[in-house]
Design a protein around this ligand. Structure first.
Ligand code: SF4
Ligand code: FES
Length: 375
């Protein structure tokens, strides 16, 4: 890496708060083909991925810059043969590592190598509690490997989280999914309603649930919250913002607490930001992380509240939800500076309401990710 840019490396006195979280998208390659995937439609080829040495330098810079937590994600990060090297670099930089995985390809030796390198926790995805439905949604046989992976992680004594992306094909299985988490002995169950980016946006018509499905699922989660004892798993419900009339505080604010490094080294304020036109995102091969965070146009454009127009500009919630999601505003209105249409105060809220009202029809066939090419 040869950082070169004209701005002095020292941050100005008005420098923004530093990030504490890094999403490291190590590869877009993946053995699964989930229709809700938030990876971009144009997946990065393997030959364009950062090398292990370059990821080592990313971790060093991130640690020096104050990052304390990283999700090692993808695609499927286990497809990186040098994953342990990257974990070692994060550990040396003082960064807590969580592996975000489908579980496919995890065996006892691989896990013990990763744990020895300093891996701190694992988040395992599952698509449904019923093995055949899970395999169908994932686009290949994988449930048995997930079950085996959960057992290995428990046996290794690492904290284990279960992540389920929710949509019309699995929202009616909340009870069974929570029971699965209890059976697998997980510490946390994240029930994450689909966020519509990348392939998920492409497949939105087929994925959107009905309002009745959501209401039943919400009731089920509430019942489980009352039943679970304090030493049971944490139950996290990620809100379906298309249906709630409330904008989510996406990424905790633009360029506020978190950054994403994509497989080819592009550095983004959120995983979907490459979809915004004219953002011209910087690359870690060309600039130091500190310059990117403090000075790049991509990180400063929607930072804070000065960029906001009404109704956000004068709204009492603007410091809590930061006007919602820039990528969603762009995807739905063609203008990333507008209030997120998920907010019921947005003049564009009708766009989302009509999509949600229309969802009873459940239209469309899921279009699957294509395999990532090597060259
Ligand atoms: Fe949030 Fe803007 Fe809606 Fe106010 S108008 S609640 S700041 S998205
Ligand atoms: Fe980009 Fe929300 S996903 S700002």
């Amino acid at each position: 890496m040869t950082p070169a840019d004209p701005t002095p490396p020292t941050a100005p006195s008005s420098a923004p708060a530093r990030p504490w979280a890094l999403l490291a998208e190590l590869t877009h390659a993946c053995p699964l083909h989930c229709g809700y995937c938030s990876n971009p439609l144009e997946l990065t080829r393997r030959s364009r991925e950062l090398t292990g040495e370059q990821w080592t330098d990313v971790m060093r810079q991130a640690g020096e810059f104050g990052v304390v937590h990283t999700h090692l994600s993808g695609g499927e990060p286990l497809l990186r043969r040098d994953l342990a090297e990257i974990v070692t670099a994060a550990e040396a930089a003082g960064i807590y590592t969580q592996l975000v995985t489908s579980g496919v390809g995890l065996d006892r030796d691989r896990l013990s190598t990763l744990a020895a390198a300093g891996l701190r926790s694992v988040q395992l995805s599952v698509q449904h509690a019923d093995p055949r439905a899970s395999d169908r949604i994932a686009g290949r046989r994988s449930f048995a490997e997930k079950e085996r992976a959960a057992g290995l992680v428990r046996a290794a004594g690492l904290p284990l989280g279960l992540n389920v992306v929710l949509h019309r094909e699995n929202l009616d299985a909340i009870d069974a999914l929570i029971e699965l988490g209890l059976t697998w002995g997980v510490d946390r169950i994240e029930l994450a309603n689909t966020q519509f980016y990348g392939w998920g946006l492409l497949n939105r018509a087929a994925l959107l649930p009905t309002r009745d499905q959501l209401a039943r699922a919400r009731d089920a989660v509430e019942r489980w919250r009352e039943r679970l004892t304090p030493d049971g798993p944490d139950l996290v419900w990620v809100v379906p913002d298309y249906f709630d009339g409330v904008a989510k505080p996406c990424m905790g604010g633009w360029g506020a607490v978190s950054l994403t490094v994509t497989p080819d080294g592009t550095v983004l304020p959120c995983p979907a930001a490459a979809s915004l036109p004219d953002l011209d995102p910087p690359n870690i091969r060309d600039h130091p992380l500190a310059w990117i965070w403090d000075h790049s146009e991509a990180f400063t454009r929607y930072r804070g509240t000065d960029w906001m127009a009404d109704p956000c500009r004068t709204c009492s919630r603007r410091d809590e939800d930061f006007g919602g999601c820039r990528c969603q505003a762009y995807a739905l209105t063609g203008d990333a500076t507008r209030t997120d249409p998920a907010c019921r105060l947005s003049p564009d809220h009708g766009l989302i309401r009509s999509l949600a009202d229309d969802s009873t029809k459940g239209r469309g066939v899921i279009r699957r990710r294509v395999p990532v090419r090597g060259g």
